[in-house]
Design a protein around this ligand. Sequence first.
Ligand SMILES: [Zn+2]
Length: 82
Amino acid sequence: MEPTEKSQMLDNFITEVTGVDRKATIRGNACVFCTTPNLKFRDELSKKEYRISGICQNCQDQVFKENEDIRDIQKLYAPAID
Ligand SMILES: [Zn+2]
């Protein structure tokens, strides 16, 4: 899948936080959190989220259920979502 374009600063930030290259992960249809990504996305929003963050459907479900703080990071991305 093709990653969304982000500022280099944001990409560096994501790489620092997750320890992986966001764009390379998304291009390789991989997931920044797990080694068995589920890329059958429930809806366009989830698909968009993957192209932004590199987090697969299963991990989105877990992360967003357990950690509301991540929602704030989504808000941080929001202005760049087209
Ligand atoms: Zn995953």
